[in-house]
Ligand binder design. Structure first.
Ligand SMILES: O=C(O)CCC(=O)C(=O)O
Ligand SMILES: [Fe+2]
Length: 332
């Protein structure tokens, strides 16, 4: 795919893209691979996630859940051993940022359990039902898109269908985290135009991230040249990006872009994300096929690593000092 013009990411249209339409599929796959190698991300036109579903998610689920009292939101916890799986808020360095997360939030059961927990005790059944329906409508479609992109990556790099490859990235132990985030508007004086960074520059640790923005923009992607691209929310598009797990698994063929969130204006910003995460006991390890002379990747770039250990490193005193945390943790 040609380089994105000026202030835009590559855009890829997924309407009608399915394995049953092999030509369309192959053309989209070529665009996906080129975008992931160069930018590590793209904007996906994905009309299956309709503007109505998106409006329902933010209006009937995300806004109401953030309006709950703090102690209700804090019940969104998966235990002290899993600090990034649930509620985040009032964190040092992250002012006016809050988020809630559902493990396997693309499946109805976990969404229902989350809703029962946070809306308790006055969870008028209607409230909870609207929440569950709205989250499920969007998260399941984000998961579909994530599956399509992951399958394309498998085919594009290994020439095999997802599921046929046992090692690393596509293993059956891959799980998903659905996160909803709120970013408060700047508390600036009248006429203040400056944007404020709410979530600083970072690379995601997981494999693939699918991001759905509400109407207020804020997601900025950094190109390899260091330019920041503010991604305007479009009613039918989602941002797909690679994280460090996919970068490592692909032996550096896929780029993991730095990105951040900034806010301007007077409106609170909301977003929803679906992350695919390597799980279980498996180590992140590039398959042998990706460690060869081809593509200028003649040697292993990263030692095998345990995903959870890398996440702990990222937030450790040492980890926070490094910009390229993967390289610092396991670069060879
Ligand atoms: O809210 C967004 O648009 C992106 C947030 C993000 O980068 C993250 O949670 O890792
Ligand atoms: Fe991120």
């Amino acid at each position: 795919m040609a380089a994105a013009a000026g202030d835009q990411l590559p855009r890829i249209d997924f309407s009608g893209v399915a394995p049953s339409a092999p030509e369309r599929w192959a053309a989209a796959r070529a665009h996906v691979m080129a975008a992931l190698r160069t930018y590590g991300c793209f904007e996906a036109q994905y009309p299956a996630l309709t503007p109505e579903l998106r409006a329902g998610l933010f209006g009937r689920a995300v806004r109401p859940v953030f309006a709950l009292p703090a102690d209700a939101k804090r019940r969104n916890s998966y235990g002290p051993g899993k600090p990034f799986h649930g509620y985040l808020g009032e964190l040092p360095g992250l002012p006016a940022y809050e988020s809630l997360a559902i493990v396997d939030g693309h499946k109805p059961g976990p969404v229902q359990a989350f809703a029962d927990l946070v809306f308790f005790p006055d969870s008028g059944a209607n409230h909870t039902a609207a929440f569950c329906e709205s989250v499920h409508g969007v998260a399941s479609r984000m998961a579909e898109l994530e599956g399509v992109v992951r399958r394309m990556v498998m085919e594009g790099l290994l020439g095999v269908a997802a599921g046929e490859q046992e090692e690393g990235l596509p293993s059956s132990s891959m799980w998903h985290l659905f996160r909803m985030s709120e970013y408060g508007a700047p508390v600036a004086g009248a006429g203040e135009k400056e944007r404020e960074v709410r979530y600083g520059s970072h690379q995601d640790t997981n494999s693939l991230s699918v991001i759905c923005q509400d109407e207020v923009d804020g997601l900025e992607m950094q190109t390899r040249d260091g330019d920041w691209v503010l991604v305007h929310p479009e009613p039918e598009s989602l941002v797909v990006m690679a994280g460090n797990a996919l970068r490592a698994w692909s032996n550096g063929r896929v780029y993991a872009p730095f990105h951040r969130v900034s806010v301007g204006g007077e409106e609170t910003r909301y977003s929803a994300m679906l992350f695919s995460v390597p799980g279980g006991e498996s180590m992140v390890r590039a398959p042998e096929e990706l460690v060869d002379e081809e593509d200028g990747h003649p040697r292993r770039r990263f030692r095998d690593y345990d995903y959870d250990e890398f996440v702990r490193f990222c937030v450790s005193e040492e980890g926070v000092r490094h910009q390229d945390k993967l390289k610092a943790f396991c670069g060879l």
